[in-house]
Ligand binder design. Structure first.
Ligand SMILES: [Zn+2]
Length: 459
C-alpha cells in the first residue's frame, strides 16, 4: 500500500490506490477500518473546504477534530443554486455543462477532457447535474470488480467467458449506467469488446435477437426491463445463460426477482446505486445489501432530520469520499430505507440496508389487440430527457388517459415536447393515448411517496 500514490495530484484517487484499497479494506480489522474511514472523511472535507467556495462558507472555522454530525446538512436544491461555487474546478460553469449535455452523443464522454457528466432524477425538486472525476470512476470500477461477484470462481468464470456483459438500460440520456458503460468501452480493451448496451427503447424482438447472438456472461440493468426479457426466456424465444444476473438503477420487487430467477436459474444480485455516489451497496449471498462504507457514509435520519440508529428511516444523508470535483457531504437522499448493523452470516461486518420501492407497477394501456404493459421507467426517461421540465409526473387513468403534471418555465411548450415523444413511443407499441397537461402540480401520493410514473389508484 505504501507505494500506491493516493491521488493523481488534482485530488483524484489514482487507479492503483483504488484497486489496492478496495480489497485491503475488506481484510482490515475493525479498528484499522475506523481509522481508514476517518482518514478518508478528513481528506474530502479538507479538500472541499479549500477548493469549493460554497463549502469554504459552510465550514468556516471548522478544524480537523470535527464530528461528522457537526457539519451542516446539504440538499440538492441549495447546492444547485450555487453550482459554480459547489464544484472545485473554477473552469467549470453550469452553462458549459448544459451546453455539453445538449448533444446527447456526449453521453459517456469527458467534459473538458476531465469529467463524466450525469443528471439525477428529481424526486424532490429539479434534477441535479453531477460530475465524476477520474478518481470516482476508478473507485466505482474497483468496487464493481471486487464486490459484484458472489465468489472468486464466479469471477474467474466470467473472465473465461471474455467478460461479456450485457447492460439493459437507456441510451442516451446522461444516466449513470449508460454513461459509465460508454466511457468504459472507450478506455478499457476488455470492455470495448466485452460490454454491450441494449437500449430498452428498441423493440423486444430486436433485443431478444441481439442477446441471442451476443450470449452474455453477465446480464444486468433495470430490473423492469430485464423482467420483460426474462418472460421472453420463459416463453422459449430468448436463449441466454448468464453466470451473473445483476439488478441496478431501480427497485427490484419480489415478483421481478422470482421471474428473473425462474428464467435464468441464477440468484439475482441486487445493488443500490445513486447518481451522486455510484455504488452504495451490493447484495451478499445472504440477500443483504452491504454498504461500501470505506467510500461512502450513510447516516439514516427521520423526516425531521434526527439521526436514526438502526431500523426504518425516512431518508438518509450521503457523504461520498472519492469524488473531489463536486463534494457530496451530508447530502439528503430521499429514499426510505431500513438500516441494519446487527451483522450478517456472510461474515462482512459492514452495515446493510433495505431500500423501499422507487418504481411502480407496469402501466397497463389498452392496445389495439388487448392490454399492453409499458415499463414506467421508459416514460420516465422520455420525460427526463426534456431538459426544460424542472419537475414532472405522469399518471395513467382509465381509458388510456395519461395525465402529465409539469413544473417548467414554459409549461405549454414543454408539454408539447413531452406529448410528442411519449405519443410517438406509445404509437409504436400500438397504443393510442389521450395525453393531457394537468393543472395539478407534481406531488406525493396518499402514502406520502413521490412516484414519477404510476397508475392512478382504482376507484
Ligand atoms: Zn451479508
Amino acid at each position: 500500500m505504501k507505494n500506491a500514490p493516493i491521488t493523481n495530484g488534482d485530488g483524484e484517487i489514482s487507479a492503483l490506490y483504488a484497486s489496492k484499497m478496495v480489497p485491503a479494506y475488506t481484510a482490515m480489522d475493525e479498528s484499522a477500518r475506523a481509522a481508514y474511514r476517518r482518514k478518508q472523511l478528513l481528506r474530502i472535507v479538507r479538500y472541499a473546504k479549500t477548493h469549493s467556495p460554497l463549502f469554504a462558507d459552510l465550514y468556516a472555522g471548522l478544524d480537523d477534530d470535527f464530528k461528522l454530525s457537526d457539519l451542516p446538512m446539504t440538499a440538492k436544491a441549495g447546492l444547485m443554486e450555487r453550482f459554480e461555487d459547489w464544484v472545485t474546478d473554477r473552469t467549470v460553469t453550469l452553462d458549459g455543462v448544459q451546453e455539453f449535455m445538449k448533444n446527447l452523443s456526449n453521453n459517456g464522454k469527458l467534459f473538458l477532457g476531465k469529467y463524466l457528466v450525469f443528471r439525477t432524477s428529481g424526486s424532490t425538486g429539479a434534477p441535479a447535474v453531477i460530475l465524476y472525476d477520474k478518481g470516482m470512476i476508478h473507485v466505482t470500477d474497483a468496487i464493481s470488480w471486487e464486490r459484484s461477484y458472489p465468489t472468486l470462481l464466479d469471477r474467474n468464470n466470467f473472465f473465461m467467458r471474455r467478460c461479456k456483459s450485457a447492460a439493459v438500460c437507456a441510451d442516451p440520456g446522461f444516466n449513470l449506467g449508460s454513461g459509465m458503460l460508454i466511457y468504459g468501452k472507450s478506455v478499457n480493451i476488455f470492455k470495448r469488446f466485452g460490454s454491450r448496451l441494449f437500449d430498452i427503447f428498441d423493440p423486444i424482438p430486436e433485443l431478444v435477437a441481439g442477446l441471442n447472438r451476443f450470449q452474455p456472461a453477465m446480464f444486468g440493468g433495470y430490473p423492469s426491463a430485464m423482467t420483460t426479457l426474462a418472460k421472453e426466456q420463459l416463453a422459449g424465444r430468448l436463449h441466454i445463460s448468464p453466470l451473473l444476473v445483476i439488478s441496478c438503477g431501480e427497485y427490484l420487487s419480489a415478483n421481478m426477482k422470482e421471474t428473473l430467477e425462474a428464467a435464468f436459474g441464477r440468484r439475482t444480485i441486487n445493488t443500490y446505486l445513486c447518481t451522486e455516489s455510484g455504488a452504495v451497496a451490493n447484495e451478499c449471498p445472504f440477500g443483504h445489501m452491504h454498504i461500501h462504507d470505506d467510500w461512502i457514509v450513510m447516516e439514516p435520519v427521520d423526516s425531521e432530520n434526527r439521526p436514526v440508529a438502526r431500523g426504518r428511516a425516512d431518508k438518509w444523508l450521503l457523504t461520498t469520499m472519492c469524488n473531489f470535483i463536486q463534494p457530496i457531504i451530508r447530502y439528503e437522499v430521499t429514499d426510505r430505507i431500513v438500516y441494519h448493523d446487527e451483522g450478517c452470516p456472510c461474515g462482512r461486518t459492514t452495515p446493510w440496508v433495505e431500500v423501499e420501492g422507487r418504481t411502480s407497477d407496469a402501466l397497463r394501456f389498452r392496445g389495439e389487440n388487448g392490454e399492453v404493459e409499458i415499463i414506467p421507467s421508459l416514460i420516465y426517461i422520455l420525460l427526463d430527457n426534456i431538459s426544460e421540465a424542472r419537475l414532472f409526473q405522469a399518471i395513467l387513468h382509465d381509458e388510456n388517459k395519461l395525465e402529465i403534471r409539469l413544473v417548467a418555465n414554459d409549461r405549454e411548450r414543454t408539454f408539447e415536447k413531452a406529448k410528442a415523444s411519449i405519443g410517438e413511443y406509445l404509437a409504436k407499441n400500438g397504443i393510442r393515448a389521450h395525453i393531457y397537461l394537468s393543472d395539478v402540480p407534481p406531488g406525493p401520493d396518499k402514502s406520502g411517496k413521490f412516484i414519477h410514473v404510476r397508475n392512478a389508484p382504482k376507484a
